[in-house]
Design a protein around this ligand. Structure first.
Ligand SMILES: C[S@@+](CC[C@H](N)C(=O)[O-])C[C@H]1O[C@@H](n2cnc3c(N)ncnc32)[C@H](O)[C@@H]1O
Length: 182
Protein backbone atom coordinates (compact mmCIF):
# COMPACT_ATOMS: atom_id res chain seq x y z
CA UNK A 1 0.00 0.00 0.00
CA UNK A 2 2.76 2.46 0.94
CA UNK A 3 4.54 1.65 -2.29
CA UNK A 4 1.41 2.45 -4.24
CA UNK A 5 0.94 5.75 -2.40
CA UNK A 6 4.56 6.72 -2.99
CA UNK A 7 4.31 6.02 -6.70
CA UNK A 8 1.00 7.90 -6.98
CA UNK A 9 2.73 10.95 -5.51
CA UNK A 10 5.70 10.71 -7.88
CA UNK A 11 3.93 10.02 -11.15
CA UNK A 12 4.09 13.59 -12.54
CA UNK A 13 2.29 12.58 -15.72
CA UNK A 14 2.41 15.29 -18.40
CA UNK A 15 -1.04 16.36 -19.65
CA UNK A 16 -2.09 14.21 -22.64
CA UNK A 17 0.68 11.63 -22.19
CA UNK A 18 0.52 7.97 -23.13
CA UNK A 19 1.22 5.80 -20.10
CA UNK A 20 2.10 2.15 -19.56
CA UNK A 21 1.57 0.78 -16.05
CA UNK A 22 3.54 -2.46 -15.69
CA UNK A 23 2.44 -4.74 -12.84
CA UNK A 24 -0.82 -2.86 -12.60
CA UNK A 25 -2.28 -5.03 -9.80
CA UNK A 26 -5.61 -3.52 -8.79
CA UNK A 27 -5.04 -0.78 -11.39
CA UNK A 28 -4.47 2.04 -8.93
CA UNK A 29 -1.52 3.64 -10.76
CA UNK A 30 -3.25 3.35 -14.13
CA UNK A 31 -6.45 4.90 -12.78
CA UNK A 32 -4.60 7.80 -11.11
CA UNK A 33 -2.53 8.33 -14.28
CA UNK A 34 -5.67 8.37 -16.43
CA UNK A 35 -6.71 11.70 -14.90
CA UNK A 36 -3.90 13.47 -16.81
CA UNK A 37 -2.98 10.97 -19.52
CA UNK A 38 -4.69 10.65 -22.87
CA UNK A 39 -4.49 6.87 -22.78
CA UNK A 40 -3.20 4.29 -20.33
CA UNK A 41 -2.39 0.63 -20.73
CA UNK A 42 -2.08 -1.46 -17.57
CA UNK A 43 -0.53 -4.92 -17.76
CA UNK A 44 -0.03 -7.67 -15.23
CA UNK A 45 1.18 -11.25 -15.33
CA UNK A 46 -1.67 -12.23 -13.01
CA UNK A 47 -4.97 -12.62 -14.93
CA UNK A 48 -6.99 -12.06 -11.72
CA UNK A 49 -5.28 -8.71 -11.26
CA UNK A 50 -6.19 -7.71 -14.81
CA UNK A 51 -9.85 -8.59 -14.20
CA UNK A 52 -9.90 -6.66 -10.94
CA UNK A 53 -8.18 -3.64 -12.49
CA UNK A 54 -10.84 -3.56 -15.21
CA UNK A 55 -13.59 -3.67 -12.60
CA UNK A 56 -11.92 -0.87 -10.62
CA UNK A 57 -11.63 1.31 -13.72
CA UNK A 58 -15.33 0.70 -14.40
CA UNK A 59 -16.29 1.59 -10.83
CA UNK A 60 -14.31 4.81 -11.18
CA UNK A 61 -15.90 5.67 -14.53
CA UNK A 62 -12.52 5.68 -16.26
CA UNK A 63 -12.73 5.22 -20.02
CA UNK A 64 -9.21 5.86 -21.29
CA UNK A 65 -7.57 2.82 -19.66
CA UNK A 66 -7.14 -0.68 -21.06
CA UNK A 67 -5.78 -3.71 -19.25
CA UNK A 68 -4.23 -6.90 -20.51
CA UNK A 69 -2.33 -9.91 -19.28
CA UNK A 70 1.36 -9.69 -20.05
CA UNK A 71 4.62 -10.88 -18.61
CA UNK A 72 6.27 -7.46 -18.51
CA UNK A 73 6.31 -6.22 -22.15
CA UNK A 74 5.54 -9.57 -23.77
CA UNK A 75 2.12 -8.49 -25.12
CA UNK A 76 2.77 -4.74 -25.22
CA UNK A 77 2.89 -3.00 -28.59
CA UNK A 78 3.98 0.56 -29.12
CA UNK A 79 5.87 3.20 -27.22
CA UNK A 80 4.82 5.44 -24.34
CA UNK A 81 5.69 8.80 -22.81
CA UNK A 82 5.69 7.36 -19.30
CA UNK A 83 6.20 3.82 -17.99
CA UNK A 84 5.30 3.11 -14.36
CA UNK A 85 6.32 0.04 -12.38
CA UNK A 86 5.66 -0.56 -8.70
CA UNK A 87 7.97 -3.54 -8.58
CA UNK A 88 7.71 -6.79 -6.69
CA UNK A 89 10.90 -6.05 -4.79
CA UNK A 90 11.49 -8.86 -2.30
CA UNK A 91 14.59 -10.89 -3.11
CA UNK A 92 12.70 -14.16 -3.37
CA UNK A 93 11.75 -16.39 -6.26
CA UNK A 94 8.04 -16.35 -7.03
CA UNK A 95 6.21 -19.53 -6.20
CA UNK A 96 2.77 -19.39 -7.85
CA UNK A 97 1.20 -16.39 -9.53
CA UNK A 98 0.05 -14.72 -6.26
CA UNK A 99 3.60 -14.38 -4.96
CA UNK A 100 4.62 -12.46 -8.10
CA UNK A 101 3.01 -9.50 -6.27
CA UNK A 102 6.02 -9.21 -3.97
CA UNK A 103 8.70 -11.71 -5.09
CA UNK A 104 10.98 -10.21 -7.72
CA UNK A 105 13.51 -13.05 -7.89
CA UNK A 106 16.52 -13.83 -5.71
CA UNK A 107 18.73 -12.07 -8.28
CA UNK A 108 16.28 -9.22 -9.05
CA UNK A 109 15.33 -10.99 -12.28
CA UNK A 110 12.03 -9.14 -12.76
CA UNK A 111 13.62 -5.68 -12.59
CA UNK A 112 16.52 -6.88 -14.69
CA UNK A 113 14.22 -8.14 -17.47
CA UNK A 114 12.15 -4.95 -17.15
CA UNK A 115 15.21 -2.74 -17.66
CA UNK A 116 16.35 -4.80 -20.66
CA UNK A 117 13.15 -4.13 -22.58
CA UNK A 118 11.74 -0.88 -21.18
CA UNK A 119 13.82 1.38 -23.42
CA UNK A 120 12.17 -0.20 -26.48
CA UNK A 121 8.79 1.06 -25.24
CA UNK A 122 9.75 4.62 -24.29
CA UNK A 123 9.37 7.74 -26.42
CA UNK A 124 12.64 9.57 -26.98
CA UNK A 125 11.92 12.08 -24.23
CA UNK A 126 9.95 9.64 -22.13
CA UNK A 127 10.64 8.60 -18.57
CA UNK A 128 9.91 5.76 -16.21
CA UNK A 129 8.92 5.79 -12.56
CA UNK A 130 9.92 2.73 -10.61
CA UNK A 131 9.21 1.94 -6.97
CA UNK A 132 11.32 -0.39 -4.88
CA UNK A 133 12.82 -0.61 -1.41
CA UNK A 134 16.30 -0.37 0.06
CA UNK A 135 15.61 -3.97 1.13
CA UNK A 136 16.22 -4.80 -2.52
CA UNK A 137 19.70 -3.25 -2.32
CA UNK A 138 19.64 0.28 -3.71
CA UNK A 139 23.34 0.30 -4.59
CA UNK A 140 22.94 -2.82 -6.69
CA UNK A 141 19.78 -1.47 -8.32
CA UNK A 142 21.45 1.80 -9.20
CA UNK A 143 24.28 -0.13 -10.86
CA UNK A 144 21.67 -2.04 -12.84
CA UNK A 145 20.09 1.27 -13.96
CA UNK A 146 23.42 2.67 -15.14
CA UNK A 147 24.53 -0.63 -16.67
CA UNK A 148 21.21 -0.81 -18.55
CA UNK A 149 21.87 2.57 -20.22
CA UNK A 150 19.62 4.72 -18.03
CA UNK A 151 20.11 7.92 -16.10
CA UNK A 152 18.14 8.20 -12.90
CA UNK A 153 17.29 10.30 -9.89
CA UNK A 154 15.63 9.47 -6.61
CA UNK A 155 12.25 11.19 -6.93
CA UNK A 156 10.91 10.31 -3.48
CA UNK A 157 11.40 8.09 -0.47
CA UNK A 158 9.44 7.10 2.59
CA UNK A 159 10.58 5.36 5.75
CA UNK A 160 8.10 2.62 6.61
CA UNK A 161 8.83 0.36 9.59
CA UNK A 162 12.11 -1.42 8.82
CA UNK A 163 12.77 -0.17 5.30
CA UNK A 164 13.01 2.88 3.08
CA UNK A 165 10.66 2.81 0.12
CA UNK A 166 12.29 4.40 -2.90
CA UNK A 167 10.79 5.97 -5.99
CA UNK A 168 13.19 6.39 -8.90
CA UNK A 169 12.71 8.33 -12.10
CA UNK A 170 14.69 6.92 -15.02
CA UNK A 171 15.24 7.93 -18.61
CA UNK A 172 17.36 6.56 -21.42
CA UNK A 173 20.87 7.96 -21.46
CA UNK A 174 21.49 9.91 -24.64
CA UNK A 175 24.76 8.92 -26.23
CA UNK A 176 27.03 11.90 -26.54
CA UNK A 177 27.44 13.00 -30.15
CA UNK A 178 30.97 12.51 -31.42
CA UNK A 179 32.44 15.86 -32.38
CA UNK A 180 34.24 15.51 -35.68
CA UNK A 181 37.52 17.40 -35.95
CA UNK A 182 37.38 20.36 -38.36
C1 LIG B 1 3.93 -4.44 -5.77
S1 LIG B 1 2.62 -4.96 -6.83
C2 LIG B 1 2.08 -3.40 -7.50
C3 LIG B 1 0.59 -3.35 -7.78
C4 LIG B 1 0.05 -1.96 -8.19
N1 LIG B 1 0.71 -1.45 -9.38
C5 LIG B 1 0.19 -0.96 -7.07
O1 LIG B 1 0.87 0.06 -7.26
O2 LIG B 1 -0.41 -1.19 -6.00
C6 LIG B 1 3.52 -5.70 -8.17
C7 LIG B 1 2.66 -6.16 -9.32
O3 LIG B 1 3.52 -6.62 -10.38
C8 LIG B 1 2.94 -7.76 -10.98
N2 LIG B 1 4.01 -8.51 -11.63
C9 LIG B 1 4.99 -9.25 -11.06
N3 LIG B 1 5.78 -9.78 -12.00
C10 LIG B 1 5.29 -9.37 -13.20
C11 LIG B 1 5.66 -9.61 -14.55
N4 LIG B 1 6.69 -10.37 -14.86
N5 LIG B 1 4.94 -9.02 -15.52
C12 LIG B 1 3.86 -8.25 -15.22
N6 LIG B 1 3.44 -8.00 -13.97
C13 LIG B 1 4.15 -8.55 -12.96
C14 LIG B 1 2.29 -8.51 -9.82
O4 LIG B 1 1.32 -9.43 -10.24
C15 LIG B 1 1.72 -7.33 -8.99
O5 LIG B 1 0.42 -7.01 -9.39
Amino acid sequence: MWLAILLCGCQNIPEGASVLDVGTGCGIQAIVASQRAERVLGVDVNPDAVLLAGENAGLNGVLNVEFLVSDLFENVCGIFDVVLFNTPYLLEDACGVESTAWAGGAEREVVSRFLDDAKNHLEEDGFMVLVTSDACGSECLEKMFSGGGYEFELAGSEKVFFEDLLCYRLWVRKSKKKVEPP
